[in-house]
Design a binder for this molecule. Structure first.
Ligand SMILES: [Zn+2]
Length: 72
């Protein structure tokens, strides 16, 4: 189970069975509304955090590269 994205109402979660549902918030556990599978909110949050971190470091690299280009 993983977080597909954040929307106004909460988080879009994709279950291992390819069900998608919206969780208003990441509690202790998140339950799929279609099949009842459970995932820990912290696990989902950790995945989301590491993907944010990846995006962030990519963006930093791009900024550094453009700065170097400008100063040359
Ligand atoms: Zn499911």
């Amino acid at each position: 189970m993983h977080i597909d994205g954040k929307i106004e109402d909460g988080y879009v979660i994709i279950c291992d069975e390819d069900h998608s549902f919206v969780a208003n918030h990441l509690g202790l556990a998140v339950e799929c509304t279609h099949c009842g599978r459970l995932a820990l909110g912290v696990d989902l949050a950790e995945l989301l955090f590491s993907s944010y971190e990846r995006e962030h470091s990519t963006r930093n690299d791009a900024m550094e590269t453009s700065t170097v280009t400008i100063s040359r």
